[in-house]
Ligand binder design. Structure first.
Ligand code: FAD
Length: 378
């Protein structure tokens, strides 16, 4: 096989790799080759059209773009506009539907009360006071301090245990920070986002536009490793996992994974919303996605597509990093080793950084890395 000759070699056609590729080609007029081990562009943001229903769905889980970062939106809007989708999460507990994050409607419905904002706050204070501690030792203790036993048992305990494959007693308290509680009827999910929506033509079209410069070439179904020889004039940007790259020499990084099961139903609308949580432990899946609700501007058939999400613990497909001390230490060993031993070899993105990044964080990080590369280019 002919050796690849290029200015920049980018490993991975996810958001991080494609944003850097776009900048290198459009701003610096560099020749860029992207190697992608999957058979498609877009990494985990990839979307495709389901053949039977015509519904566009996100193969690796529902993705909603949201940001308050001006530079990120100024950049992305050159490649897409967004539809008017605004995210809301509902929870199906014992066949009744509740709003998430927990708000005044959730509290009143769950306890069958007619509380107003201040009486609801007092009501919950009474429920939580016996759990108050200065330093909660784990997830469960922190959750009980904030929402009391009944709401915790219904909405949090089972869901968390399914998701992490561990009792919430064995999880760090820091994870619970992500669940706000509201004493009003606000059901907005992404509270701090100035910009929110789904790309009007879907995510995959955005990736096609990002990489449309003829200086960018993408090679699919090809996995990169350090033994392969490439002729690279400037640098390699690697966006895959570092442990695999270095043959697990410092140990394996742990990830939590998920599996998706698709089903087509002969009805127009199954659940009336894009994502429904199922917190009960006896139900094996954690969520049902119904992607038709992501594009309310589109005309779809009288059939719908639902996707059940099942947590998977022993899978090689990395979704969420287990960001504890042990894994962070292993990760730092890989980073130090690469910095010491490889020149003109940059890493970044959610896999290489072993971090959960929302899409806007990924774009911001890629733009920053591009500026660094540009500054240091000889
Ligand atoms: C379930 C889930 C839901 C999410 N929902 C949202 C959301 O609603 N909103 C939001 O803002 N963010 C969301 N995110 C985050 C979003 O997916 C990430 O920000 C984004 O995908 C990160 O892009 P990336 O390029 O870093 O990684 P990836 O998208 O993972 O891309 C990396 C690419 O590198 C390829 N690759 C890896 N190793 C190699 C190799 N050795 N050789 C060749 N190719 C390789 C992979 O195949 C992949 O295509 C979600 C994430 C998950 C897991």
């Amino acid at each position: 096989m002919k050796k690849i000759k290029t200015d920049f070699l980018i490993v991975g056609s996810g958001l991080y790799g494609c944003v850097i590729a776009e900048r290198l080609a459009n701003v610096l007029k560099k020749k860029v080759t992207i190697i992608e081990k999957r058979n498609h562009i877009g990494g985990n943001c990839y979307s495709e059209i389901d053949e039977q229903t015509g519904i566009e769905f996100h193969k690796y889980g529902t993705h909603i773009f949201h940001t308050s970062k001006k530079n990120v939106w100024n950049y992305l809007k050159k490649f897409t506009s967004l539809n008017n989708y605004k995210h809301q999460v509902l929870s199906n507990y014992k066949s009744k539907i509740y709003q998430m994050p927990i708000n005044l409607e959730t509290i009143n419905k769950f306890f069958n009360k007619k509380l107003d904002p201040s009486t609801a706050e007092l009501f919950l204070k009474n429920k939580t006071k016996k759990f108050i501690k200065n330093n909660p030792n784990n997830f469960e203790e922190k959750a009980l301090m904030q929402i009391g036993k009944e709401l915790y048992k219904a909405f949090i305990e089972g869901y968390t245990e399914k998701q992490w494959g561990k009792s919430p007693k064995k999880l760090p308290s820091s994870i619970f920070n992500r669940l706000p509680i509201r004493f009003n009827y606000d059901k907005t999910y992404f509270k701090n986002a100035d910009i929110e929506g789904i790309p009007l033509d879907g995510y995959t079209e955005v990736f096609k536009r990002l990489t449309s410069n003829p200086l960018i070439k993408i090679i699919y179904n090809k996995s990169f490793n350090l033994q392969q020889k490439y002729i690279v004039n400037n640098a390699i940007v690697y966006t895959g996992p570092l442990d695999k790259l270095l043959n697990y020499k410092f140990g394996k990084l742990e990830w939590r994974s998920v599996k998706f099961k698709k089903k087509i139903l002969n009805k127009k609308d199954y659940q009336g919303t894009s994502v429904m949580n199922y917190p009960e432990k006896k139900i094996k899946f954690t969520r049902i996605h119904e992607p038709r609700h992501l594009h309310s501007n589109r005309k779809y058939k009288e059939k719908t597509l639902i996707i059940k999400e099942y947590p998977e613990l022993n899978s090689n497909e990395p979704y969420y990093p287990i960001n504890d001390k042990k894994n962070r230490l292993i990760h730092s060993k890989y980073v130090n080793y690469l910095n010491k031993n490889y020149k003109n070899f940059f890493t970044g993105g959610r896999l290489a950084d072993y971090a959960y990044y929302d899409m806007d964080m990924t774009i911001a990080a890629a733009l920053k890395k591009f500026e660094f590369i540009k500054k240091n280019l000889k």
